[in-house]
Design a protein around this ligand. Structure first.
Ligand SMILES: [Zn+2]
Length: 79
């Protein structure tokens, strides 16, 4: 029953760095291996918009308007 999506507020880059280290994604992030769920562009500090937690998997989202729209849609659809 863990289908709800949590959105993490990314207030400070230092928090983000710590968070990525906690979930063991920091090296992938630095190497450009973290891709946007929707457009498959590498996520960077300049374009990161949100991180979603779905079950045990983290989903990254860039700040393109189209990706944000998709994100709002999956939130409303109980994705
Ligand atoms: Zn995107």
């Amino acid at each position: 029953m863990e289908s709800r999506i949590k959105t993490l507020d990314l207030l400070h880059y230092s928090d983000l760095e710590q968070f990525l280290k906690n979930i063991k994604k920091y090296n992938d992030f630095k190497e450009g291996k973290i891709l946007c769920k929707f457009c498959n562009e590498p996520i960077t500090l300049d374009n990161i918009c949100a991180i979603l937690l779905r079950k045990d998997d983290f989903i990254f989202l860039c700040n393109k308007e189209s990706c944000y729209t998709n994100y709002l849609q999956i939130q409303s659809e109980n994705w």
